[in-house]
Write a protein that binds this ligand. Structure first.
Ligand code: IMP
Length: 207
């Protein structure tokens, strides 16, 4: 069966695609920009986006899909940018965050991800958090957004110094998606009595 990821961000889609393959789930891309309401929690943003998307594109209800919202929460900045991450990145980018963090000894930060899945007429939320710190200088060319300034605990590398495969061992997004896939996997896989084309062929050969 097909599962769709609605996002305008190709890098997010590529991360999700790889996680899906590990679970034998074919994640497909719907490249669509949707309205994001400014809320004080990312889970409210994800839920609002999902409901608005369905309202504005009722035909999407024929598909199983998810969208995902993330934010970077920095302790020394009282959780900023958090739910304002998108706006902050557009306005001040990584240089601006590093300037705000100048002379701050406490570098602790975390990325949070909320994936909102629409499946069989119901929305469920799935969460992932990755603890880490804000480095002193942007490092690395991979990834997107705040990747060059965030180093997860237990790695010497920023997200932007990691390959996609390595980021998928640490990231907040892989956690929310793995939660989504592992919680929903039996029903996602068995809806049509098949896992994917390969397994369906195996089944046919057997019968
Ligand atoms: P959104 O989830 O696309 O709304 O992300 C909010 C902001 O956080 C955007 O500026 C993204 O570029 C940034 N962001 C989200 N996820 C990541 C990530 O995995 N790495 C780095 N930045 C991210």
């Amino acid at each position: 069966m097909k599962l769709f990821f609605v996002t305008h961000n190709k890098a997010k889609y590529k991360e999700a695609k790889q996680i899906g393959l590990e679970y034998n789930i074919d994640i497909n891309w719907i490249n669509l920009e949707y309205e994001e309401n400014q809320e004080d929690e990312i889970e409210k943003i994800a839920l609002y986006s999902c409901n608005t998307l369905i309202k504005e594109n009722p035909e999407i209800k024929t598909k199983n899909f998810f969208l995902e919202d993330a934010g970077l929460f920095i302790d020394a900045l009282n959780g900023f940018p958090g739910p304002y991450s998108s706006y902050a990145f557009q306005k001040i980018s990584n240089e601006g965050i590093l300037t705000l963090m100048k002379n701050k000894e406490n570098r602790k930060a975390r990325f949070k991800s909320v994936a909102a899945l629409f499946y069989e007429g119901e929305i469920t939320l799935h969460y992932g958090v990755t603890e880490g710190e804000i480095v002193y200088e942007a490092k690395g060319e991979e990834g997107f957004g705040f990747d060059p300034i965030f180093r997860p605990i237990s790695s010497d590398l920023t997200f932007a110094e990691m390959s996609l495969k390595t980021k998928n061992l640490y990231s907040h997004r892989q956690k929310s998606l793995r939660e989504l896939l592992s919680q929903k996997l039996p029903s996602l896989k068995n809806k049509h009595g098949e896992i994917d084309g390969k397994d369906a062929r195996k089944k046919k050969r057997k019968s």
